[in-house]
Design a protein around this ligand. Sequence first.
Ligand code: ADP
Ligand code: MG
Length: 503
Amino acid sequence: MLDRPHPTPEAPTMDPFVLAKALSGQHFIGGRYVPARSGKTFPVVNPATGDEVARAAEGDAADVEAAVEDAARAQKEWAKTPARKRGALVAQCAAILRAHVEELGRLIALETGKALRTESRVEANTVADILEFFGGLGGELKGETVPFAPEVLSVTVREPLGVVGAIIPWNVPMLLMALKVAPALVAGNSVVVKSAEEAPLAVLRICELMNRVLPAGVFNMVSGFGPECGAPLVAHPKVRKVTFTGSVETGKIVYRTAAEKLIPVTLELGGKSPMIVFADCDFEKTLAGALTSMRFTRQGQSCTAASRIYVERPIFQRFVDAMAERVDKMVMGDPLDEKTDIGTIISEGQFEKVSGFIEEGRATAGANGRACSAMPTDPALRKGLFIQPHIFTGLDKESRLVREEIFGPVTCIFPFDDAESVLEEANDSEYGLAASLWTNNLKVALNLAHKLEAGLVQVNQNLVVQANLSYGGVKSSGLGKEASLEAMLEHFTHKKTIMVNMG
Ligand code: ADP
Ligand code: MG
């Protein structure tokens, strides 16, 4: 339980600039804020202006060591807490977060550049929803009785794994953290989160808020860079499970280290998700669906972004034109302004990367890239990392824009002639995270849904991850599932068999 006084205000704080400053320079270990042992910090930048708004503790192996040791100590008692009681505490955390939704939405908008109305506030609400969902699952940590022999009672019990290391990215850090922390805790594990260097603040505040309810040491957080802070967390001998969301490249490094220790991992990596539109679709609904599918309000910074759109030839041109027209109407601007639909790219590094893809597309002979939405004109935003959404047509299937995850507001649209050929194209990808189908022909939809290589296929909708529905990809998109009861049972517990000979 958290003891005051703390650097952060107890009440919801609506000024994100004030809260960002108060959260500066801290990890959260053993139930309290602590600075990095080295004393080092690094800047947290508002991508809408380029201004430094806070500094984050720059963690290294020494901080990881402290956090894991505290987590290991706390986990022993936590595991003895009845499962439903653990769940009730996580549900209590959800109630606290509900009271802080506005605060958290503003803070995440400030540090990530995601628009408050369309993205950041939504994310904060979803976090509370995920905690509520998992909070109710304590009683589901059931085992089985196994028929072995009449005189031998054979049962299985679900036991926690121990200390879980959770590494998260910057695109939806609060939500992705909740998908890891909530099931891990309810299952009786303790957790050390390594936040993303680009967005360490809102998740740190959540850690503090949850520590008002949880016993000290069961939920800890360190901030810092991947190799210096993430790698020692994965490698720590007392970390008995790693759950990671991020790039394929880093996911492979994490997996290799985990293999040395023979510990289980969950990996949620990239995507290049196809959206397949048939001529018989509900045109208006599908158009609106294309905008949300491409996650334009998140600047396309989503693993499930519909970055390859296949449209049946008879409606191809009409669809492309109508989509561009719709995106044009979206407002780019200050993430904290309620009028804004589209905010900024997270960092200069990503800005360069995404811009590189766009330049390459523009330079491709035969390709057409339409830049949509007006750039903001407010002089206060002149250093903001704004990129106009781009809709490309005429690209070659082998183009880097079609094969690689751009993680920006860039989509490629292709015409297709029949279900068989579009299926082949859709599956011709290293990735297999999500896919969506838009048609009123149930037979076609079900047939393709079965044959698409993806962890999640949606027909006539394309929602982001939802509590209670297993989420996770195939191929290079990752290993394991998140967000569901199955995910909690399979990825945060092991099954012990106990046999009692009564003969
Ligand atoms: P990005 O391209 O956004 O940097 P990453 O996969 O590199 O995506 O980052 C996702 C998370 O993984 C971040 O929290 C980052 O700090 C962390 N990370 C990066 N490199 C490593 C590493 N070698 N070991 C552990 N974590 C890492
Ligand atoms: Mg990286």
